[in-house]
Design a protein around this ligand. Structure first.
Ligand SMILES: Cc1cc2nc3c(=O)[nH]c(=O)nc-3n(C[C@H](O)[C@H](O)[C@H](O)COP(=O)(O)O)c2cc1C
Ligand code: SF4
Length: 422
């Protein structure tokens, strides 16, 4: 099947406006402009496009929360992409930027916004050149600016670069950062649709979510809804990394490909690196529960890992082989969350500190059985106590590895107790 999102792999130079237009580009926008905004929202609702930033919230329903009538409103594209193991939004914006711009324009028309901000993680500055050129070309050709395609619809578009912080992917922290404030979340409500950027109604959507919009407008809601499963429509980009032979982004139809096929299939990762045995998988990077070999039969979809106690998230799949030390892996991930905690609330700020410190002690050969209990206690006492989901994600590496690989912790502390370190 031809790619729906990663179209630059099929069509050379589709990042150039003339090539994009020759291949059906901006036809989705034209169709949207021939409809009422409400009809466009209903089309996206009927298609069942769910957010690709991790939570899977239906895009059409999010758009319908925006107040009707005049007044400043914004579309914000979330390109913070800092989840461990994700690198899909970068490839989309580098390879096929007009599809994201077009998707954002359709969203803006649908909700009555006249400004789009694309928030980039700071480290992606170099990757932004194709997108910067695409914006300039779109302005010149009349797809951005005043009276777009003679429709009377006006919309501007700006790239904004963050300073590189995982928490700025959380939508309210992102909006704070965009406004020049400290990149920390706020307690919802208000939700962005009520009071977002500059206190005005705002839709925040992920890059990949918006890239799904133009082909859906062109081909219709039924076409999109017929791809995938009942709960997970359309296609998904899966970021495969870790100990596989051929890491990279793969576009799959939702519900049709298992994690086993992704790892071992010829068209995907072509097996484990150096022929090693598979040990464990993080289907949603460090933020989601680790799973064991039985979960390889789960499929890539929002519901595909329900039976295995994990979730797809933004599909940042990290594969680990037989040589992986799971206590080391937990330490690495916990270090990330401790480093990225914005420090606004105590359970997350202090909890991630204690988790890292304790894991460090165990890894360095100074651990005791009591330390394992401390990890359990601290992680569980953080759950449900944090202001934003980062605090919940942060306990996942500890809770998941203690559940499935407790014997590795025990072996380390027994060794430490038998041979006291200096
Ligand atoms: C700590 C944290 C980091 C996040 N990082 C991202 C990110 O990098 N990109 C993204 O699209 N969503 C991220 N999200 C989710 C956003 O808050 C928001 O749900 C999303 O941008 C909505 O877009 P969607 O509905 O199109 O998925 C993050 C959430 C949390 C809690
Ligand atoms: S949970 Fe962590 S990242 Fe989120 S607001 Fe609290 S301190 Fe900041």
């Amino acid at each position: 099947m031809a790619h729906v999102i990663l179209r630059h792999r099929d069509v050379e130079n589709i990042k150039e406006l003339d090539v994009y237009v020759k291949n059906g580009g901006y036809e989705g926008l034209k169709k949207a402009l021939s409809m009422t905004p409400e009809e466009v929202v209903n089309e996206i609702k009927a298609a069942g496009i769910r957010g690709r930033g991790g939570a899977g919230f239906p895009a059409g329903i999010k758009w319908s929360f925006m107040p009707k009538g005049d007044g400043q409103k914004y579309i914000v594209i979330n390109n913070d992409e800092s989840e461990t193991g994700t690198f899909k939004d970068r490839e989309i914006l580098e390879g096929n930027p007009h599809q994201v711009i077009e998707g954002a324009l359709i969203a803006a028309y649908a909700v009555g916004a006249d400004m789009v901000y694309c928030y980039w993680r700071g480290e992606y500055m170099d990757a932004a050149y194709p997108a910067e050129k695409a914006i300039k070309d779109a302005y010149k050709a009349g797809y951005l600016g005043k009276n777009i395609l003679g429709s009377g619809f006006d919309c501007d578009y700006h790239n904004h670069f963050g300073a590189g912080a995982y928490i700025c992917g959380e939508e309210t922290a992102l909006l704070n950062s965009l406004m020049g404030n400290l990149g920390q979340p706020w307690s919802k409500p208000p939700f962005p649709a009520q009071a977002g950027a500059y206190d005005k109604p705002t839709v925040v959507n992920n890059v990949e979510t918006l890239a799904n919009v133009p082909p859906t407008m062109v081909n219709g809601a039924d076409w999109y809804a017929n791809l995938g499963t009942d709960q997970s429509n359309g296609v998904k980009i899966v970021c495969m990394s870790g100990h596989v032979a051929r890491p990279g982004n793969y576009e799959v139809e939702m519900g049709k490909v298992t994690y086993r096929e992704l790892i071992y299939g010829d068209e995907y990762c072509q097996g484990m690196r150096d022929g090693k045995e598979f040990k464990a998988l993080l289907p949603s990077g460090g933020s989601g529960p680790v799973v064991l070999p039985d979960a390889l039969d789960g499929n890539v979809s929002f519901e595909g890992l329900n039976d295995y106690g994990s979730m797809m998230g933004s599909a940042s799949v990290i594969v680990m082989d037989e040589d992986t030390d799971m206590v080391w892996a937990a330490l690495k991930m916990t270090h990330f969350f401790k480093h990225e905690s914005c420090g606004k609330c105590t359970p997350c700020r202090e909890g991630t500190f204690w988790l890292e410190k304790t894991l460090h002690r165990i890894m360095e050969g100074h651990g005791t059985e009591e330390d394992i209990k401390t990890l359990d206690r601290v992680a569980h006492s953080m759950q449900g106590k944090c202001l934003c989901a980062l605090g919940e994600f942060a306990v996942s590496p500890v809770i998941g590895t203690l559940k499935h690989f407790r014997s590795e912790y025990v072996a380390k502390v027994r060794q430490a107790e038998a041979v006291p370190a200096d």
